[in-house]
Design a protein around this ligand. Structure first.
Ligand code: ADP
Ligand code: F6P
Length: 318
């Protein structure tokens, strides 16, 4: 095998560039020609694929986003669309593909593997919602951004004796909210894992208000509740003037923190080694301090454990 390709897919995440750089540099080191697929599965289907050299990835280790671009292409679930991607790879004689993305991206990678393209998946998403790795590339960088935002919200909340309700990304995974809530010293954390106990949360906030606390921070995972409406309920029930803040896509941008740069670099190099050994259909993960490779199929079936049960009681940080 002489040619391999790398691509990023799904929501971008800080550290994806560091992974791309590692794949390119270690691929070249092992004697491969390395190609970049631009804009995820969309680019793969359209044949938007270009050869990369070591200078194409200079200085990107510290940059957020993805220089290859990303996309969501729901049609990639269809076999005839996947076949177009396979055809482009075969035309270019690319015999190994490394995809960086979340679980949706992994499902696409599994299809390509089943269609005979040696494919390896790297976990790249801010959500940390892939059970086969302790941490995904991008999680700690987004976490830092969320914590900095909570710190800022606290400054203004306590100045006005207000409650602040903050909506954090994560799709259906509460890790980003949970870790940010803990690191930001928030009073209440509501995640898909804890569930939303409205009454107990309102009572807890009222208790804070009545005890004279100058602020309360409530962290909520996206898609769970309407935080504008809930803020109004908090005002009515507790007496706290309340503001709702949806952090949104700010959380996905910015330079990767050192942890993500290291994780992405090690995982990128590991993926190239797996391809070199003739492996396919594998998902790379971090297990403690060790990199591991699961069957993608198995990785997709694994269930995420709730990180710390102490924080899991109906939305109330104990
Ligand atoms: P993420 O990879 O971050 O989970 P998505 O769920 O949007 O993000 O998935 C990224 C892309 O992976 C989708 O836009 C689609 O092109 C592809 N994909 C998702 N699910 C499947 C599937 N079941 N089969 C094949 N491809 C899929
Ligand atoms: O998967 C990453 C993520 O940022 C999720 O946290 C969020 O639900 C989703 O992507 C947002 O997607 P989009 O960028 O397409 O709006």
């Amino acid at each position: 095998m002489t040619k391999i390709a790398v691509m990023t897919s799904g929501g971008d995440a800080p550290g994806m560039n560091a992974a791309i750089r590692a794949v390119v540099r270690s691929g070249l080191h092992y004697g491969f020609e390395v190609y970049g697929v631009f804009f995820g599965y969309k680019g793969l289907v359209e044949g938007n694929i270009r050869k990369l050299n070591r200078y194409d990835v200079s200085r990107i280790i510290k940059r957020g986003g993805t220089v290859l671009g990303s996309a969501r292409l729901p049609e990639f679930k269809e076999e005839k669309v996947q076949q177009q991607a396979v055809n482009h790879l075969k035309e270019l004689e690319i015999e190994g593909l490394i995809v960086i993305g979340g679980d949706g991206t992994y499902r696409g990678a599994l299809s390509l593997h089943e269609m005979g393209i040696p494919t390896i998946g790297l976990p790249g998403t801010i959500d940390n919602d892939i059970a086969s790795t302790d941490y995904t590339i991008g999680f700690y960088s987004a976490l830092q951004t969320v914590v900095e935002s909570i710190d800022r919200l606290r400054d203004t909340s306590m100045s006005h004796k207000r409650c602040s309700v903050v909506e954090v990304m994560g799709r259906s995974c509460g890790d980003l909210s949970l870790y940010a809530g803990i690191a930001g010293g928030s009073e209440f954390i509501i995640t898909p894992e804890t569930g939303f106990g409205k009454k107990i949360t309102l009572e807890g906030i009222k208790e804070s208000y009545d005890s004279g606390k100058r602020h309360a921070i409530v962290v909520v995972t996206e898609k769970m509740i309407d935080i504008e409406a809930f803020s109004k309920e908090i005002e009515d029930y507790t007496g706290y003037e309340t503001r709702a803040t949806i952090l949104g896509h700010v959380q996905r941008g910015g330079d990767p923190v050192a942890f993500d740069r290291v994780l992405a670099t090690e995982m990128g190099e590991f993926a190239v080694e797996l391809i070199k050994e003739g492996k396919s259909g594998k998902a790379v993960g971090l297990d403690g301090k060790k990199l591991v490779a699961y069957e993608i199929e198995e990785a997709l079936k694994q269930k995420i454990e709730i990180p710390n049960k102490r924080y899991g009681i109906v939305g109330r940080l104990k």
